[in-house]
Each structure stands twice: as structure tokens, then as C-alpha cells.
Design a protein around this ligand. Structure first.
Ligand code: D9A
Length: 441
């Protein structure tokens, strides 16, 4: 008799698994539905280790996040969390009632049990990363937010770069990837930084409302007195300048991402790593010069996400996604804005180092390409007329536009705003004529 007719597909997670490991996959599903699915498609040699690693990190994160824990309690907990991994039966029930992953810590003994069944090499990698991350998080508990751009890299190294480094070690230890993947810690770090910076940029409003600040102060202070000021529509231009500045900073990591991805050999590992990266570049493209970031959540459409996830299975496909998303960014360059030239130059450099095709919106010299439709010509003429005018008025206007708004005498501040928004409106109108459906915010 054929067994085929009665064969029902069993969910991967429950196939002949011990109850405690099955519970770990359930906890994974509870903390992150979509990422759980991404972990499920990994080679079986990696699946339990990555699941446990994820849950351990999530547990640590829940403690870092918890505003109801006094610092005297939080700091030692963060520092000693890696030791709990070897303490059979340890659980934590004092998370705030609103912590969304509090159940994970309530049942943490199960995670610890499954941790103890992993190969010793996997256990050591996970514990080592947990120790370093806990120490880093403890260090940042007392600082109120992140100060310089360099410090932003340090914070993101602790909470995300270390994850990339730990995963890379596990990939290499499994034998599915070359030892070199585990050794290039700079590249693995960039994988995490690119994801984390993207999250921090996208989550401006959510974090602000929760009383958390992850945008580096020295950057946003060039554009506003208070981070919350960006929410006021009158500050739109400053808000977008700051947003674009941070996105440009995140884009610096793209060449490392390509170098890292190019070293991967196992298709399941490749896909596992590629999915968050394509989501991140698409999120940055969606956020670039988009005031909606300051008004709500900017999400990529489900269909678009699914398409990219299915696509991201080879270096060529990855290159294609990055090519398109970088072009989406250059298509939205504001006409004049502080980090514009930096962004255009960076994108040209990224395209060169990553072997991507030319940007349809930037010439090799970094100038903006504008298609010459009738409406385009009209707008171009208007733009030129504006340029001519500004040349005539000369240095005065140049200085007026370039000077940070707070450094101008109060009487000139509205003049600067008016000049900038005039330009912005002209560009917006031009875009409306060219591509009415592509309008944003
Ligand atoms: C990752 Cl084990 C993360 N983080 C992610 C998810 O991807 C990375 C946390 C724990 C682990 C892995 C990730 C995946 C693949 C390779 C990686 C890597 O490095 C080589 O980490 C760098 O975001 C969290 C950090 C960025 C802090 C590291 C992806 C993920 N996506 C969410 C979507 C979202 O918006 O957060 O979790 C989801 O799908 O739910």
C-alpha cells in the first residue's frame, strides 16, 4: 500500500522533536513570526543553534529594554546574563508586565536546557557574545542616548555587530562555511551595523514616544535643538536633512555587506543572511527624504518584501536588489540639501566597489540626471531661472542657505526657511507632473 495518500505535511518544527526544543521554536515564533520562518529554512546542522542564539539575545534585549527595572538591578543582570546560560533551571519573572517577550524569560529554563545540548563550540560562541553584549549594554545604561557618530558605531557593535560576529563563528564551526567567514569580524560587524542603523532610523517616532533616543546627538543637533522638534511640520526641511544624513551613514556599510555575502557558500546560510539585508536596503530607500518617518511607521509593502525575499538567493540577485534600491534613493535626492553630494558620491563609490550597474539618476560626475519631458524642460527652465537669480544675488543667498538656521539672526531664519521650501515645492511639483503616482508623504 502506498503511504502517500495519508501523508500530511507536518510543520517542520514539530517533526520528531523533543518537547523542550519544540517549545523553543514556539517561543521563537512568539517573539518574531517572520524571522522564525527565516530560521526554519536553515540547514538542520544550524537550526537549533541559531534558534537558541536568537532566544538568548532576545532575553538579554528584554532586560535591556525594560524601563521598570531599576538600574541597580538591570546592570548586574546584563553583566551576568551569560553565566545564567550554564545555570540549570534559571528563570526571570520580574520583567515589567508590558514587556512583550516577558514569557520568554519566564520559561528561560527551557532555553538553558536546549543550550546545554548544543555542541560545546556553539555554546562557547553564544556565551562569549552574550557576555560581551551584556557588558556593552550595561555601559550604555547610564549614558542618556548616543552622542557622536563614532559612538553610534560602538553602540550598534554591541547590540548588533556582535550578533553578526557570533553567527559567523557558528557558520564556520558548523563546517557549512569556510573558516574565513568566522575570522572576518569587521565584515560580520558591518552586517549587524547596517541592520541596526536601519532599525534605529526607521523607528524614530516609536522610540521617541517610548522615551528612548538612539539617533546620535551630535548629528541631530546640527539640525534641531531637540530631537522631538523634527515632528513639527515646520521643521520638515531640517528633519529630512538629518534623516538623509543618517541614511548616508548607514549606506557606508554596504561594501562590507557585499564582501561578506560574497564569501558565503551554503545556500541556506546565504538566504538567511540576505533576507534581512534586502529588507534593510529597501527600508532605507523607503525612508530616504520621506517625512512619513516622523509621522508614523514606514513599512515596505508585503508584496514587495515577499518578492525580494524570494529573489535574494544569489549574489547576482542581491546585486540587482541593491542596484534598484540605490536608484530609488538617488531618484529622491532633494534639489539642494546638505549631505546630498556626499550621498551621491557614496552611492557612486558603492556601485563601483560592489560591481553594480550605473545609476540611472546620477552621471559619472555626480550630477543629477533629469529626463527631458516637456514638463521636465519647463521645470528645468524654471530651475535654471532660479539658479540664475541665486547667482545674481550671489554670496549672500549662498551664505544664507548654508548657515545652520540657529546661527542666523532671528529675522533671517524665516527667509531661509522660505527659500528652502520654495525650492522643495518646485521639485515636488515637478515630480507630480513627471510621475504622479510616485509622490510621497
Ligand atoms: C539577527 Cl541570531 C538579529 N537581528 C535582526 C535579524 O537578522 C539578524 C537578531 C538575532 C540574530 C540574527 C541577522 C540575520 C542573518 C545574519 C546576520 C544577522 O548576521 C550575519 O545579524 C547581524 O534584525 C537583530 C539585530 C539587527 C540587532 C542583530 C532580522 C530580523 N528582522 C525582523 C524585522 C524587524 O524589523 O526587526 O529580526 C523580523 O523579521 O521580525
Amino acid at each position: 500500500m502506498h503511504a502517500v495518500s495519508s501523508a500530511r505535511p507536518t510543520p517542520l518544527t514539530s517533526q520528531g522533536l523533543e518537547p523542550s526544543l519544540r517549545r523553543c521554536y514556539e517561543l521563537l515564533d512568539m517573539t518574531s513570526r517572520s524571522f522564525a520562518a527565516v530560521i526554519q529554512q536553515l540547514d538542520v546542522a544550524l537550526r537549533p543553534a541559531i534558534c537558541i542564539f536568537y532566544l538568548v539575545l532576545r532575553g538579554l534585549d528584554t532586560i535591556e529594554d525594560d524601563m521598570t527595572l531599576p538600574r541597580e538591578r538591570k546592570v548586574p543582570l546584563l553583566r551576568s546574563f551569560h553565566e545564567m546560560l550554564r545555570q540549570r533551571g534559571w528563570t526571570f519573572t520580574d520583567s515589567g508586565p508590558n514587556e512583550k517577550d516577558r514569557q520568554l524569560l519566564v520559561e528561560f529554563d527551557i532555553v538553558i536546557l536546549e543550550f546545554s545540548k548544543l555542541k560545546p563550540a556553539f555554546q562557547d560562541s553564544i556565551a562569549d557574545i552574550t557576555r560581551k553584549m551584556g557588558a556593552g549594554m550595561a555601559e550604555f545604561v547610564d549614558r542618556k542616548g548616543v552622542d557622536t557618530a563614532a559612538e553610534w558605531d560602538v553602540y550598534c557593535h554591541y547590540v548588533a555587530g556582535l550578533v553578526g560576529i557570533g553567527l559567523s563563528r557558528i557558520f564556520a564551526q558548523s563546517g557549512l562555511e569556510d573558516a574565513a567567514v568566522g575570522e572576518r569580524e569587521d565584515l560580520a560587524n558591518s552586517m549587524g551595523l547596517f541592520l541596526q542603523k536601519t532599525n534605529i532610523i526607521r523607528d524614530y517616532l516609536e522610540d521617541l514616544e517610548d522615551g528612548r533616543i538612539f539617533w546620535p546627538k551630535q548629528i541631530w543637533q546640527r539640525h534641531a535643538r531637540e530631537l522631538a522638534d523634527f515632528r513639527r511640520p515646520a521643521q520638515r526641511i531640517a528633519a529630512l536633512a538629518c534623516l538623509n544624513h543618517l541614511i548616508t551613514d548607514a549606506l557606508r556599510h554596504v561594501p562590507d555587506v557585499f564582501a561578506y555575502m560574497g564569501a558565503l557558500r551554503n545556500p541556506t546560510v546565504f538566504n538567511f543572511c540576505a533576507i534581512p539585508q534586502v529588507m534593510a536596503i529597501a527600508t532605507l530607500a523607503r525612508c530616504y527624504n520621506n517625512y512619513a518617518v516622523f509621522c508614523g511607521v514606514v513599512k515596505i509593502r508585503k508584496g514587495e518584501a515577499v518578492k525580494m525575499i524570494l529573489e535574494a538567493r544569489s549574489m547576482d540577485a542581491l546585486a540587482h536588489v541593491f542596484h534598484e534600491q540605490l536608484a530609488e534613493i538617488s531618484r529622491h535626492f532633494p534639489m539642494m540639501e546638505t549631505p546630498y553630494y556626499a550621498t551621491a558620491e557614496l552611492i557612486l563609490r558603492i556601485r563601483k566597489t560592489c560591481g553594480l550597474p550605473d545609476d540611472p539618476n546620477i552621471t559619472s560626475t555626480g550630477a543629477l540626471v533629469r529626463p527631458r519631458s516637456t514638463a521636465g524642460k519647463l521645470m528645468l527652465r524654471r530651475t535654471l531661472r532660479w539658479s540664475l537669480l541665486s547667482v545674481t544675488i550671489g554670496g549672500a543667498v549662498y551664505v544664507l542657505l548654508r548657515t545652520p538656521i540657529h546661527d542666523l539672526p532671528p529675522a533671517l531664519q524665516p527667509v531661509q526657511s522660505a527659500l528652502i521650501s520654495w525650492q522643495e515645492r518646485a521639485l515636488e511639483a515637478y515630480r507630480q507632473v513627471r510621475e504622479p503616482q510616485a509622490s510621497r508623504d
